[in-house]
Design a protein around this ligand. Sequence first.
Ligand code: HEM
Length: 267
Amino acid sequence: MNLLQRVWRSSLGKKYVMALTGAALFLFVVGHMVGNLQVFLGPEAINRYGHFLKTTPEILWPARIGLLTCVGLHIVAAIALVGQNRAARPVAYAKLGAQGATAASRTMIWSGLIILTFVIYHLLHYTLTLASVNGYGLDFSTLRDAEGRHDIFAMIVMGFQKWPVSVFYLIAVSLLCTHLGHGVGSMFQSLGLKNHVWGPRIGGFARAASVILFLGYASIPIAVLSGFGGGHLAEMRTRAPQRASENPAVPARIELSHGTNAAGKGK
Ligand code: HEM
């Protein structure tokens, strides 16, 4: 048996795999939030950023492959650890709650699986831009800005103007932050970096990070539902007739928030 197989077979090895892949996913979640918050700088900033990523395959593809590998290993190790723990302790403790385990720690596997479902929806929604999942019947990748780039700003605004979509994002992000609040602490513990001095500091860092991530991610759907970005859609609508051949996907009637359509008339 080679070293990798031995590491994988041991439960400590699987905990290491979870900790290292979890750390990489945590960094992605932080970076993705910072990238997304550029939406508040306006269409130019976020469309330029998205265009840069899409036209730089030497960054995009290694990042995607690394991300997919981490997600796969993290899930497989989590499921294997749960199986191993059940096999070692076939009779569940009668009073698990009384043993000091928090609700977040007891539900890690479930919050993780719900986050996975969200990520699959999110990829269909904003990366694969399937017309059947966004509520408009429109392929979001055909939205173009005045420079001819993918109009990510418009895509985000249109996506979150559908309130059930925004509510789903808010639920998923709150679960993600609960998951991370516990996961970041476990990660340091698995790597043997948690002791009585660092333990409370790591706990504080994990709680602060999860609150900041929640506020950062939640601010976008909440802002859109409050009217943010409606002006850009109205501007697109006035541009659409002249550029119809370049931008055939701009719908004749883009919904603006507060019940008006792009022509400024109530629904
Ligand atoms: C307000 C919340 C969010 C917004 C506005 C947002 C926005 C986006 C956008 C616009 C893309 C597509 C980029 C493109 O292909 O042009 C994307 C991709 C992605 N997002 Fe998010 N996202 C949010 C939350 C999340 C969360 C919470 C996660 C993780 C749990 C996540 C994980 C991903 C992944 C894995 C991709 C695929 C990256 C790739 O194309 O390689 N997103 N997101």
